[in-house]
Design a protein around this ligand. Structure first.
Ligand code: FES
Length: 260
């Protein structure tokens, strides 16, 4: 990681209306000092912050994103922030797949009475991002390459399978099904990581195809994955109707993006 002297982080903060935004307001009227690097967007509940919005913030070049809500148990919509916690955990894992540090995303809780805590969080997070450097400083990628990966990650997060699982995590892990079976947190996390990797890899394959027909070997080179993994994911994309088989080149099958 390259140290970047004089770098000033650009941070975006999503604050829930009922607690964190009021906490930020209190920090202001109480004159608690905090860095001016954060731009704030007020949302009704932290659960309104969809993971794809967080990815979009990074695609647009923000260096760090904070999602702040009411303390667990205090959400004005009862369980909103429990969902936020699960969704942001998945978002951090998706960020990791792109090569970005998950530390660029902060999820925390601030009540309306915690102006000083809000100021301290902004100060600590800004300092953390300053140390990490500008977006992508921790990767070996050019900014345009990183952004392509972020777009693929955003598309992966928009997939129904992933969204369904994220939305059901509490139910699947905390409550037993009709057969009195429960999924352990460890099992769930492993499954989630596998699905994230698979969906991310599939979106990168689609990205790599543009309008051309490519052999599995060519795709593997473009996305930096093994031909075996690419073939598995291309077959899955073919079942979904997103790629079409167009023939065989040498002994490698060729595919193109459907509709492209
Ligand atoms: S209203 Fe604050 S987290 Fe839901």
């Amino acid at each position: 990681m390259i140290s970047q002297e004089g770098f000033e982080p650009d941070v975006l903060g999503f604050l829930c209306n009922w607690c964190s935004y009021a906490g930020a307001d209190l920090a202001g009227v109480s004159r608690f000092q905090y860095p001016p690097n954060v731009r704030i967007i007020r949302v009704m509940c932290s659960a309104r912050v969809d993971p794809t919005i967080v990815l979009e913030a990074f695609i647009r070049g923000l260096d760090g994103v904070m999602v702040l809500g009411c303390h667990l148990g205090d959400c004005h919509y009862m369980t909103g922030n429990y969902y936020t916690e699960k969704r942001m955990k998945t978002t951090k894992n998706v960020l990791k797949s792109t090569g970005l540090s998950p530390d660029r995303l902060l999820i925390d809780w601030v009540s309306a009475a915690e102006g000083e805590h809000f100021a301290a969080l902004v100060k600590d997070f800004t300092e953390r991002i300053r140390k990490l450097g500008s977006l992508g400083n921790e990767t070996h990628l050019e900014l345009h390459q990183l952004k392509k990966r972020l777009v693929a990650a955003k598309e992966a997060l928009a997939q129904e399978k992933l969204r369904w699982l994220v939305g059901r995590e509490m139910e699947l892990v905390d409550s037993a099904n009709v057969f009195e079976e429960k999924v352990s947190q460890k099992e769930f996390d492993q499954l989630m990581l596998q699905i994230i990797e698979k969906e991310f890899s599939k979106r990168r394959i689609l990205q790599s195809m543009q309008g051309e027909a490519l052999s599995i070997r060519e795709i593997a080179q473009r996305v930096g994955a093994s031909p075996r993994e690419v073939l598995r994911n291309v077959v899955s994309l073919e079942h979904e109707g997103l790629v079409l088989f167009v023939g065989v080149e040498g002994n490698s099958p060729k595919y193109r993006r459907a509709g492209g």
